[in-house]
Ligand binder design. Sequence first.
Ligand SMILES: [Zn+2]
Length: 114
Amino acid sequence: MDIHKHLLHSAKINNNCPECFLTEGLEFSFSQTEKETQLYKKASEKIEEVLYCHNCKNVIYPVNWNDDIERVYSYHKKLARSIPHGYRLKSLAYLIIILDVLVLGLIIFLLVRN
Ligand SMILES: [Zn+2]
C-alpha cells in the first residue's frame, strides 16, 4: 500500500510571525493524504494544515495564531479544495467486478441449460 500526500493549497502570507516577528516568512500549506492499493484509492477525511515560518524554521501552532492570522487562515482554507474521501475504485477493481459478473452469468447459463 502506498501513501501519497497531496498538497491542496499553499500560500505565503504577509502576517507577522508570532515567533520571530518578521513579515516575510510565513506560509500556510493544506495537504491531504491518500492511501493507494492495487484496487482502490482512499483519501483521508482530515486536511492537514500547517503554518510554517521559513525565517525562523518554526511550525506555528494554532494556539499561537493571532486574529489576523486566523482571518487569513479562514480565507485560504476555502481555497484548499479537498479530494473526495470515499473509496475510488481503480480499473483492476472494475475488471474483477466484470469478471465476477461474467463467471456468474456463465454459471447461471450452465445451470439453466441442464
Ligand atoms: Zn518566524
